[in-house]
Design a binder for this molecule. Sequence first.
Ligand code: CP
Ligand code: NVA
Length: 308
Amino acid sequence: MLKPIKLANKNFLSSLDTSSEEIFHILEIAKNFKDKDLNIELQDKVLGLIFDKSSTRTRVSFKVAMSKLGGTTVDLNPTTSQIGRGEPIRDTARVLSRYCDVLAIRTFKQSDLEEYARWSSKPVINALTDLEHPCQALADYMTIKEEFIDFKNVVLTFIGDGNNVANSLILCGALLGVEVRIACPKGYEPNSIVVKKAYEIYKNKDLLKITNDPNSAVLGANVLYTDVWSSMGEENLKEKKDRDFHGFTLDSDLLEKAAGNAIILHCLPAYRGKEISEEVFESPQNRIFEQAENRLHVQQALLALLIS
Ligand code: CP
Ligand code: NVA
């Protein structure tokens, strides 16, 4: 039976908090949970959820994951707790980590998440910030691995905004040695520090390409991935971004240029007719709901490897 090995870092704030070996291990444990081949008990353990932004998948999959492990979850809604009234993060973190065994936090600034982690005596997990969405990337690569068995010769093309999802795909992809191409409009490139760090990790620098041309980026790709054009917190930029992203809809013209075995991924929620056409979203090549399901399995693995 597979022996779970605790993660070396206390927190999971970024894909870079794990080594390449640890990501493979998380994916393996997740697969065992999915196949019901593994039983880890986190009885009496409590997960605190702090969500400053909306969520369906992340919130529910964390709650279900914790319940499957025998633990419980406390949902800390910032509007009904003192968080929304401006209690300092350092005080909130010191208090909550005396009650909870782990905190999963969705917020805006990565620096706020880091502040929670600095003052919390218990592990802190990034449940999405403006900079990264590392839990999502774990589920994405689990879905890719299920389809292609290993990551050798897999080309992942992300078409859209160089945002949190793209940043984590790049970092996790670098650690796993996956070829990642990002196609975004000018001015919407992924975070430059993220790209620099990824190039430092990649043994073969040709495996990461940032381009403004979606047509060349999809050529021969095995995975086509997109995300909303306007992320949470960018509601006021919606009209401008809709204009700027013209030509970046993942549609059947782009899909035709990809490899014959290409799969479609989307972290959800999706806006059909914007970042993805209805036809591509509903095509038999979509693995979007397998990907959503895998959020549960990777987070169950992550919780088990952080606090068991
Ligand atoms: N993909 C994702 O994180 O979805 P939610 O915003 O619904 O959690
Ligand atoms: N980039 C999106 C991802 C949603 C899961 C956002 O931040 O809103």
